[in-house]
Design a protein around this ligand. Sequence first.
Ligand SMILES: [Zn+2]
Length: 449
Amino acid sequence: MSKTGETRTSPAVAEVVDLVSTLIRFDTSNTGELETTKGERECAEWVIERLQEVGYTTEYVESGAPGRGNVFARLQGADSSRGALLTHGHLDVVPAEESDWSVHPFSGAVRDGYVWGRGAVDMKDMVGMMLAIARQFKIEGTVPPRDIVFAFLADEENCGRWGSQWLVEHRPDLFEGITEAVGEVGGFSLTVPRPDGTERRLYLVETAEKGLGWMRLRAKARAGHGSFLHEDNAVTILSQAVARLGTHTFPLVVSDSVAEFLAAVAEESGLAFDPASPDIEGQLAKLGPISRIIGATLRDTANPTMLRAGYKANVIPQTAEAVVDCRVVPGRQAAFEREVDALIGPDVEREWITKLDSYETTFDGHLVDAMNDAILAHDPAGRTVPYMLSGGTDAKAFARLGIRCFGFAPLQLPPELDFTALFHGVDERVPVESLEFGTRVLEHFLLNC
Ligand SMILES: [Zn+2]
């Protein structure tokens, strides 16, 4: 990991590990409930102190509920008429069960070449890199080519309801003049073996996200005594619909981002991917753990996750409910809903509890060139490739304002590290060298954005 184009230990590189470690020590667990989510305000206040002590003017905004703290800071660039670049990261993390971990999940321990703790890869790593570079630019009087807005956000782990989505709806002024954005989940390396025995590091830039929909299904029928003959049973009707939906395979759809990713991997590795093959998932498995994400971007999915019905063993209830987690490929929403309706049948009604649209942009233009240049400057054996994320990020909210969003939080990773398993996983950690590499790349990128 020393194949870097630059040897200066910049102030940002020098402090990034410390910043990430301190960020992790703020327990910003997001439970999805307002009453129990904590720590965001304290963490945001600490971020404000780090920015203000080097001269930034900051704006603190609570997104619709007390304590849901967001921080905005703007660095003026050489040409403000070009439209600003939003660099965003979320301060909240998913909860962690301490007894499962080898270190305390909120210790921020720096050990064995890693920074450990909840948020190490999702996404206090990027938050620390952003903060380190923002501070360095201000201290050194660096003027980036265009305005850069640094945003530190609440509630990403709950779909941004009390974070990005709220801000976009209630404070669009905060995003005025912003044309493009970078944040999670992308920029990390995937090492692929080449036919000649060498290796190539692909840096996956997120250019698309599947849509996210949490759907409630409800069957209503006739209540009755459990001992009688009774054909019209809500539990039976609902469970048949849930089973049909949960075992259904939606059609294969190869969107542009996925096609470009597969072509690049095939070119580098010599592996063949035939999206028309019934065994495309098997072919993808050769890519290792990343196939969990890539495979999930080839079709819509509808996974039943919750069931509720009844209150007594001998009472047939009038209603039965289920919740289904739906993830929809860009361009498929209407077709997906038609398919769902056919599967659940006329006796089951459905409604969206949460619905966030998919998103896709093209992998081209000046900003993409700047990402590629930054990677190549610090890893000549690297190559940037677009990919689609099966999940969702704050980008979904910003895209609603017409902002072009990318996942670019650069990290050069050891080939053997199962990076995807660390997201929301036990013993979440990030290599110190990856953080230092990422900081150099992000600095290079922001100097040429
Ligand atoms: Zn995240």
